[in-house]
Design a protein around this ligand. Structure first.
Ligand code: GLV
Length: 328
C-alpha cells in the first residue's frame, strides 16, 4: 500500500523529517520559504495531511481548495491559526501539542516576569551602551517579585505552573481569574485563590496573561483595564498577540501608568507595534516561551505522532475535534 502524503509547512528538526518519512511520503519546507495562502494551497494539493505551526492559517478557503486533506497536526498548543469550526464542517481533523511544553513555558513566563520587574533588559542596554560610569542609589530600581501579589489571567496548565513557581518558590500571594474556577484541590496545590478580573487587575503587583486567543479574548487588556492596574504593576503576556491592545499598552508604558511590561507575543507578529520599540520599560522577546531544544523536539514529535496515530489506527493522541474521527 502506498504511504499517505503529507506536507511539513515549515522547517523542523531534520531527524523529525526522517521519522516522518518512515510512515509518509513527505514534502518538507526545509528551506523555510514563507508561503502565501495560495502557495500553501498549491503545496497541499494531493496531500492527505499537514504538519503545521502556529503561523500556518487553515481556514474555510484553504479547506475548500484542498478536498483531499484529512488532518492538520499543529506543532503548538495554541491553535488560533485553525478555523476549528470550518475544519470540523469539512471533516478535517485538527490536533495540537499540549502538555509537553507546560513546564518550559511556565519557566519562561516566570523569567519574563523577573526580567520585567527587575529591569534586566533596560539595564543591560544601558551597560552595553557604555553609560555605566558610577553607582547610584536608585539605578534601575525595580519592584520586588518575592512576597508580592501575582495575578494570573487564564489558569490552564501553564497558568498553574506559573502559580506554583510564584507561590512555592517566591512566597507570592497568587490570585487568578479563569472562565471556570479550579476545583479546591487544584487551588490548594497552586496556593491560588479565585478573583474577579477587575479585582485581579486592581490588586496584583504582577499580572501574567496565559489565556487562549479567541474573538472573545481579543483585547482582554485594553486602555480601561490598564487604567485599573497599579502604577507600580507589571504586565506579562505569554499568551497570544491580540489579547493585549499593544497600542494602548505602549501609551500606558510611556506615561508610566503601569511600571513595565514583558511581551513574548504581539498583535500581527512578527511585526511589533512601533511604539513598543521606543519605550524603555518593556522587555520584548520573539515568541520563544516554549523554545528549548528538548521541548521543541517533544512538540514536533507529538505533532508527528498525531499524524502517525491518525493514519495508522484512526487514533491521534491529542485531537481537538474528535467528532471527526467517528466519520472516518
Ligand atoms: C506557542 O505559542 C504554542 O501555542 O505552542
Amino acid at each position: 500500500m502506498s504511504k499517505p502524503k503529507i506536507l511539513v509547512a515549515r522547517e523542523i528538526f531534520p531527524e523529525m523529517i526522517t521519522y516522518l518519512e518512515r510512515h509518509f511520503e513527505v514534502e518538507a519546507n526545509q528551506q523555510d520559504e514563507s508561503w502565501s495562502k495560495s502557495q500553501l494551497i498549491e503545496k497541499l494539493q494531493g496531500k492527505d495531511g499537514a504538519f503545521t505551526t502556529g503561523g500556518d492559517r487553515i481556514d474555510a478557503e484553504v479547506l475548500a481548495a484542498c478536498p483531499g486533506l484529512k488532518i492538520c497536526a499543529n506543532m503548538a498548543v495554541g491553535y488560533n491559526n485553525f478555523d476549528l469550526d470550518a475544519m470540523t464542517a469539512a471533516g478535517v481533523l485538527a490536533t495540537n501539542a499540549p502538555d509537553v511544553l507546560t513546564e518550559t513555558t511556565a519557566d519562561f513566563g516566570f523569567a519574563l516576569l523577573m526580567a520585567t520587574a527587575r529591569r534586566i533588559s533596560e539595564s543591560e542596554h544601558f551597560l552595553r551602551a557604555g553609560k555605566w560610569t558610577k553607582w547610584s542609589f536608585d539605578m534601575f530600581a525595580g519592584s520586588d517579585v518575592h512576597g508580592s501579589t501575582l495575578g494570573i489571567l487564564g489558569m490552564g496548565r501553564i497558568g498553574q505552573g506559573i502559580a506554583k513557581r510564584g507561590a512555592h518558590g517566591f512566597g507570592m500571594k497568587v490570585i487568578y481569574h479563569n472562565r471556570s474556577r479550579l476545583d479546591a484541590a487544584l487551588e490548594a496545590e497552586c496556593k491560588a485563590s479565585y478573583a474577579s478580573k477587575e479585582e485581579l487587575l486592581r490588586t496584583a503587583d504582577h499580572v501574567v496573561l496565559v489565556l487562549p486567543y479567541s474573538p472573545a479574548s481579543h483585547h482582554t487588556i485594553g486602555a480601561s483595564e490598564l487604567a485599573m492596574m497599579k502604577p507600580t504593576a507589571t504586565l506579562v503576556n505569554i499568551a497570544r498577540g491580540g489579547i493585549v491592545d499593544d497600542a494602548a499598552l505602549a501609551v500606558a508604558l510611556r506615561e508610566k501608568r503601569i511600571a513595565a511590561a514583558g511581551l513574548d507575543v504581539f498583535e500581527g507578529e512578527p511585526k511589533v507595534h512601533p511604539d513598543l520599540l521606543t519605550v524603555p520599560n518593556v522587555v520584548l522577546t520573539p515568541h520563544i516561551a516554549s523554545a528549548t531544544v528538548p521541548t521543541r523536539l517533544a512538540m514536533a514529535k507529538l505533532a508527528a505522532d498525531n499524524l502517525i496515530g491518525f493514519f495508522k489506527e484512526n487514533k491521534p493522541l491529542t485531537p481537538l475535534n474528535p467528532a471527526v474521527l467517528a466519520t472516518k
